[in-house]
Design a protein around this ligand. Structure first.
Ligand code: XMP
Length: 505
């Protein structure tokens, strides 16, 4: 087992996930619990995670220096490495911020980089940098701007990396963690298998004779969660779809036709576009939007649930990434409130049933296929719970929503025709809320700018913008300015995550 000390990075849980993939157990603990945890378990190694703090901040999280005397292998990542440096007598400098992809050049191919190529892409996200190594450490790899990007003190089995090996976009990251676990900590690997029967069994036992009302969104996560529950408890499950009008055009059709066939039970549809637009009237703050939508969802669910007896559980398709994004671990910075977790009122009369809470998107898809859902449902692009509302910057009016739905359908149509839809993680349009000048006919015209965002990603924690063919971008631009009324200009978003989140709000 490996202990992961959480200093609050958005991606601490991905370290655990990568280890889980290769069959290594890990436990995430807070820094102040480290000595107790060491007494209670005997880990083969320790990983110190990244985190948003600077080692120079007042109250910056720290650890007991005695862990460096235990002869245990230690890997520090980003903040974890900077903290190690400070505690072991090196120097950290503030203020040299770097975010996104960069090229790592490897000099030492033993242990940590065993089997690695001499150059590969890594993801960095840091504000401080190590400028003087503690005694006994040597450079193993550098990036163009960070000399000490990976270092090691082999005699004491201590290593530090400035980049994030746990994120998918660090190309060799999983292997690096595997090397740490196997070659340095001496653990064996054994990949874990998903066990559908035990998941279904768990739901049966938990629900017993009660009823579950389903929070269907039409997306993969809630479809897989719904199919699992339907398989486990059949008609004790009440699947409900709230038609907020904020979802993609094809979603309603799918809910009416495909879902009842797969689930073996009909889906109750509540038409509520008007109510959502009313609730969003005058709301421009992104967090407020998320909260308003989340609350209305729950109110409508509650009203529906009140019509049924014995409803004890509310099904949510919350995945691990949703959970981390909305709440994070104890120390991580709050980024945004995903409506399926953060917007729930505290006095909910249901218990939450979240069968996918500990799974990432790729695992959820595997479960979906195993359970027999059609590929177009399992491999559809993720769509945010608050839907088009977080893709319309500023107020969501009927007029702007209609334009967004149309623009989004044009983006999807052209992406599909060009064979690009399945090659990317997500693609969509954004009503930017910014106007610009144009010439239409022979007159001056002042109208809204539409942005297009197309991203490639594996686990949502990091993303890169898709290098789409120019002729596809040209087609999109022409269609959007011509077919969506009142549009003056089209721009393409070329920002990686981090620093930008995928959604604009
Ligand atoms: P961000 O914008 O946080 O998005 O980089 C990461 C992924 O999450 C989706 N997303 C949401 N999903 N409820 C959801 O269910 C939400 O409130 C929400 N906000 C963002 C986003 O589309 C991307 O896949």
């Amino acid at each position: 087992m490996i202990l992961i000390v959480d200093f609050g990075s958005q991606t601490t849980h991905l370290i655990s996930r990568r280890l889980k993939d290769i069959g290594i157990t890990s436990k995430i603990i807070d820094p102040e619990k480290l000595m107790v945890a060491l007494n209670e378990s005997s880990p083969a190694g320790i990983i110190l995670s990244g985190g948003p703090a600077s080692v120079y901040e007042k109250n910056a999280p720290s650890i007991d220096k005695r862990i460096f005397e235990l002869n245990l292998p230690i890997l520090g990542i980003c903040y974890g490495w900077q903290l190690m440096t400070q505690l072991l007598g090196g120097n950290v400098e503030s203020g040299k911020k770097e975010y996104g992809p960069t090229t790592l050049r490897v000099y030492d191919f033993h242990d940590l980089f065993y089997g690695a190529p001499d150059k590969f892409i890594v993801f960095e996200s840091h504000g401080d940098t190590v400028v003087k190594l503690p005694a006994g450490f040597a450079i193993m790899a550098s990036t163009p701007s960070v000399e000490y990007a990976a270092v090691g003190n082999k005699a004491r089995k201590m290593y530090g990396v400035q980049f994030h090996p746990e994120v998918h976009d660090t190309r060799f990251g999983k292997q690096l963690l595997e090397n740490f676990a196997t070659r340095i900590c001496g653990l064996g690997v054994k990949p874990v298998k998903l066990d559908l029967n035990s998941m279904v069994e768990e739901i049966k036992v938990k629900v017993d004779k009660n009823k579950v009302i389903g929070a269907f969104s039409g997306g993969t996560d809630s479809a897989v969660a719904g199919a699992l529950v339907a398989k486990a408890i059949g008609r004790q499950f009440i699947p409900v779809y709230i038609d907020s009008g904020l979802m993609r055009e094809e979603t309603l059709g799918r809910i009416k036709d495909t879902f009842p066939k797969v689930l073996g039970i009909p889906v109750k549809i509540i038409h509520a576009r008007k109510e959502f637009l009313q609730a969003l009237n005058g709301v421009t703050d992104p967090e407020q939007k998320r909260k308003v939508i989340g609350k209305l969802y729950i109110d409508l669910f509650q009203a529906e649930a009140a019509k049924h007896k014995n409803v004890r559980f509310l099904l949510q398709g919350t995945t691990y990434a949703d959970f981390i994004h909305s709440q994070g671990t104890k120390r991580s910075a709050h980024i945004k409130s995903h409506h399926n977790v953060g917007g729930l009122p505290k006095n909910l009369p249901f218990k939450l049933l979240e069968p996918l809470r500990y799974f990432y998107t790729d695992e959820v898809r595997k479960i979906g296929l195993k359970i027999g859902l059609p590929r177009e449902v399992v491999f559809q692009q993720p769509f945010p719970g608050p839907g088009h509302a977080v893709r319309i910057i500023g107020e969501v009016t009927t007029d702007r929503l209609n334009k967004q739905v149309l623009a989004d359908s044009i983006v999807l149509d052209e992406m599909q025709k060009a064979g690009q839809y399945t090659k990317v993680f997500q693609c969509w349009s954004i009503m930017t809320g910014i106007n610009s000048t144009a010439v239409k006919g022979d007159g001056r015209f002042y109208g809204e700018i539409i942005a297009i965002r197309v991203v490639k990603s594996k686990d949502r924690m990091t993303a890169d913008w898709a290098r789409l063919p120019y002729n596809l971008l040209a087609k999109l631009s022409t269609r959007l300015v011509n077919e969506v009324p009142g549009i003056s200009r089209v721009v393409y978003d070329i920002t990686t995550k981090p620093p930008a989140t995928m959604e604009w709000e």
